[in-house]
Ligand binder design. Structure first.
Ligand SMILES: O=C(O)[C@@H](O)C(=O)CO
Ligand SMILES: [Mg+2]
Length: 247
């Protein structure tokens, strides 16, 4: 199994270029991040070139505190599209594989229409993968996208070749369950897989989800891209990495 270090959660005490170097030294096969925008893209690109690690993805900005994204907010199309343009430009500068377009805290039919319009726009604006990610309602109450069924319906309705699902085993485990069955069913529309312990979002070596089994199923399904380690290490990241050799 290959792993991607999510630098939104791992090595957060380091500047992003140094976090990339730390992930390489720890044996990760790739990295991914959340919001890299405070770091000049050339510095990130240089660290990626130096380590040889690919950057799998980054997120669009969240907007104002509590918004958790802009793409589904009615009346905020201009802000949402600016965030998409910014994310695509940054992804181009560092050759990031995917852009997670964050929906925002909102609900209702207008939000649905707005989200779909912005996703159409994003998918037409770049050949890179555009990801949408359902977030569990405990961590992200009121977030527009909160189940894999809802995400699948949007992906099927839009039928855009570069629109994919970010399947985060942690979020699915928190509120939906049935992780490996959902993974198998959703495989054709999955663009990236992430994981963390359920329910505490720590390293994947404890909690109610048996990741040895989950990763075995993922391998059996033929999924080969690195899996995103998006967990809170609860201390120095290096001390949390035992799972890399035991799982
Ligand atoms: O699961 C998460 O929280 C992330 O993947 C993300 O991009 C939104 O914060
Ligand atoms: Mg995630």
């Amino acid at each position: 199994m290959k792993y991607s270090a999510n630098l939104g959660f791992l090595w957060t005490e380091l500047p992003l270029p140094d976090a990339i170097r730390a992930a390489a030294a720890a044996g990760f096969d790739a990295v991914e991040c959340h919001w890299p925008y405070d770091t000049p893209a050339e510095e990130v690109a240089a660290a990626l070139a130096e380590t040889g690690l690919p950057m799998l993805g980054l997120n669009t900005r969240r907007g104002q505190p509590g918004e958790a994204g802009l793409a589904a907010l009615p009346g905020r199309e201009r802000d949402a599209r600016a965030a998409i343009v910014e994310a695509i430009a940054y992804a181009d500068a560092i050759d990031a594989g995917a852009i997670h377009v964050m929906a925002g805290t909102v609900s209702g039919p207008e939000a649905q229409a707005q989200f779909e319009a912005n996703l159409r726009h994003a998918c037409a604006a770049t050949p890179r993968t555009i990801l949408i990610e359902p977030l569990n309602r405990h961590d992200a109450p009121g977030y527009f996208l909160n189940s894999t069924d809802q995400a699948r319906a949007i992906i099927d309705a839009l039928a855009l070749p570069n629109l994919k699902l970010m399947f985060d085993c942690y979020h699915v485990g928190r509120t939906e369950g049935d992780i490996t069955t959902r993974l198998a069913d959703l495989l054709p529309v999955i663009g990236h897989v992430q994981f963390a312990a359920v329910p505490d979002r720590g390293a994947p070596d404890h909690g109610e989800v048996n990741y040895a089994f989950v990763f075995g199923e993922i391998a059996r399904l033929g999924w080969q891209p690195p899996l995103g380690a998006e967990y809170r290490p609860g201390g120095p990241t290096e001390r949390s990495l035992g799972w890399m050799t035991t799982l």
